[in-house]
Write a protein that binds this ligand. Structure first.
Ligand code: GSH
Length: 177
């Protein structure tokens, strides 16, 4: 049995979409970041890092969107969620890594500046530079997203793109990070 620990509006949406794409049955355990449920003793036993998503597969816990999505793509290979050619697969995984290591942190700086700097002025700078980085990071994605939608294949990357939601330069959607 598969169980997804997720929070609505958070980056766990990427793994959630991936799970849906497999068509396999799964359970969900909402873990609400707004209520701090990712820091409860019970959840820290699932993921000691206190982050969503986490996917339990027959009792084995997987964390990190890139790992979860790659696992799902390989486990349900008949769904063709990721390229089979090794170099193309590496490119796909590289895109997911870029989301989690570059795009997501820039978003985090714009929404949680207090995690990166002390004092109002410093936090305002972190927030603004985070917002600008996030926006700049998203620009090259637009044509790729359109192409993916048209091709309707290799949907794992599409799942990650979708998890960003609708964005605009001035208003980045609020999600909990
Ligand atoms: N690199 C991780 C990021 C996980 C992450 O930062 N999740 C956020 C939600 S978008 C979280 O759980 N934040 C809660 C917190 O930091 O307290 C992944 O891709 O799974």
């Amino acid at each position: 049995m598969q169980t997804l620990y997720f929070s609505p509006g958070a980056c766990s949406l990427a793994s959630h979409i991936g799970l849906e794409e497999t068509g396999a049955p799964y359970e969900v355990k909402p873990t609400l970041l707004a209520k701090g449920e990712q820091k409860t003793e019970a959840y820290l036993k699932i993921n000691p890092r206190g982050k969503v998503p986490a996917l339990s597969v027959d009792g084995k816990i997987l964390v990190e969107n890139t790992a979860i999505l790659t696992y799902l793509a390989r486990r349900f290979s008949e769904k063709r969620l990721i390229p089979t050619d090794p170099a193309e697969e590496a490119r796909c995984i590289g895109t997911m890594c870029w989301f989690s290591s570059v795009v997501h942190p820039s978003y985090q700086r714009s929404h949680r500046p207090e995690r990166f700097a002390e004092g109002e002025a410093a936090q305002a700078t972190v927030k603004e530079t985070g917002r600008k980085s996030f926006w700049a990071n998203c620009q090259p994605l637009k044509p790729g997203l359109a192409r993916l939608c048209r091709a309707n294949r290799h949907r794992i990357v599409g799942a990650i793109l979708s998890s960003l939601g609708l964005i605009s330069e001035k208003k980045i959607p609020i999600i909990f990070i």
